[in-house]
Write a protein that binds this ligand. Structure first.
Ligand SMILES: Nc1ncnc2c1ncn2[C@@H]1O[C@H](COP(=O)(O)OP(=O)(O)OP(=O)(O)O)[C@@H](O)[C@H]1O
Ligand SMILES: [Mg+2]
Length: 368
């Protein structure tokens, strides 16, 4: 084929396919520009919608986020008394967080400075969120508690997450003494990830370093099921350097959790005389606090249904509770299996030590 022919071929090809392609490209570009304009408009609308909530000293908040929604309107009502077991965790939190706030003179007398980052880790449903909320209460009325959702930080336009993080820290500083609670923190500070994630992570770590260097009255409490997925840089001294295991409940803890979740039933005189809490705790080895709560709810539902359908009002019996236990499988085992696999993969043996120590202690207690 000579040059002239091939040129003709190109021209005719362009004539047949080129024009529609160009038209298509223009159409796509048009749709893209319209979508961008709409995004821009909705951002502006959001910002103005929330503008009232911000005070001017909070920083650059032209990002359509209502920081006031991060501040719990009411402090959680739960206290340490509503949490069964976890005595060691409560004690560490008293020493590290509560006493430095409510007995601050004593701490300054011995020049003992509180840390600024605590990482709670453990299986799902064992009380991490519950204890963080109780901590806010136990610190007294002067200490504020904010719990931004990681999804509120992450699901924004590129670059906005960093602004939101900086604004949250700024906001917390303006509140005076404050605890920032971040649930599922591994998704904010992952070991690896795309470059935008690295920027978000670095901004967060810089903010923590800032608290340290300026000696601000902020405490960051993070919670995770998988601390080995966290960037080890987040656990450096001065950051999340206090790591606390919130383990599955042991025998004594399971007893208290049953008592807590059956408290009203007991005070209403609706718990059968045959119910043996020790026996329930024995039957629920490997179950979490959330499982135990669900078991109590299931038993309540059984008797309530009978009361509604047959009109027979009777106390909850051991059989109701045992049947509810049989319906559920203990949920801590899958977590422990996965934990061991991940610990080996990431060579994070420090966590293995912590988990194993608790398993050994529980075994010793049940054998004695
Ligand atoms: N130690 C406990 N004492 C009393 N209730 C408990 C305890 N642990 C868990 N529960 C019950 O289970 C529910 C779920 O617990 P929580 O949300 O604190 O678990 P979590 O460890 O944060 O789980 P996840 O990892 O899934 O976030 C609590 O709201 C509470 O009703
Ligand atoms: Mg939680």
């Amino acid at each position: 084929m000579n040059d002239k022919n091939s040129q003709n071929d190109i021209v005719s090809w362009l004539w047949r396919y080129g024009a529609p392609m160009i038209a298509g490209a223009i159409l796509i570009a048009d749709i893209y520009i319209t979508a961008k304009k709409l995004q821009q408009r909705s951002k502006t609308e959001n910002s103005s919608m929330y503008a009232e909530s911000f005070s001017t000293d909070i920083g650059d908040l032209d990002i359509g986020v209502n920081l006031n929604s991060f501040l719990l309107k009411e402090k959680p009502k739960v206290t340490f008394n509503d949490i069964g077991g976890l005595d060691e965790v409560k004690e560490v939190l008293r020493m590290e967080v509560i006493y430095p706030k409510i007995k601050s003179e004593l701490y300054s007398l011995y020049n003992k400075k509180p840390g600024c980052g605590i990482l709670l880790f453990g299986p799902p449903g064992c009380g991490k969120t519950l204890i963080a909320k109780a901590l806010a209460n136990e610190c007294g009325p002067n200490v504020k508690f904010i719990a931004p959702m990681i999804s509120d930080i992450m699901s924004r336009w590129v670059g906005d997450s960093e602004k939101i993080i900086a604004a949250i820290f700024n906001y917390a500083k303006n509140l005076g003494e404050c605890i920032i609670f971040l649930d599922e923190i591994d998704s904010l500070l992952p070991r690896s990830g795309p470059s935008y994630m690295k920027r978000i992570k670095n901004t967060f770590l810089q903010c923590i370093d800032g608290i340290n260097s300026k000696k601000e009255n902020l405490l960051i409490v993070g919670a995770t099921n998988a601390p080995w997925l966290l960037d080890p840089a987040a656990r450096r001294p001065g950051r999340f350097d206090k790591i606390i295991y919130v383990p599955p409940p042991d025998f004594q803890a399971r007893k208290s959790i049953f008592q807590i979740h059956l408290k009203e039933i007991i005070s209403n005189g609706m718990l059968g005389e045959d119910v043996n809490i020790d026996e329930l705790a024995l039957l629920t080895n490997g179950y979490t606090g959330a499982d135990i709560k669900a078991i109590c709810e299931e038993a309540k539902e059984t008797v309530l249904k009978q009361a509604l359908s047959q009109g027979s009002i009777r106390p909850i019996s051991m059989q109701d509770l045992a049947a509810a236990i049989r319906k559920r499988t203990p949920s801590t085992l899958p977590w422990i299996t996965e934990a061991i696999r991940s610990i080996k993969r990431y060579k994070e043996y420090e966590f293995y030590e912590i988990i194993n120590k608790k398993i050994r202690a529980d075994n010793d207690a049940s054998n004695s």
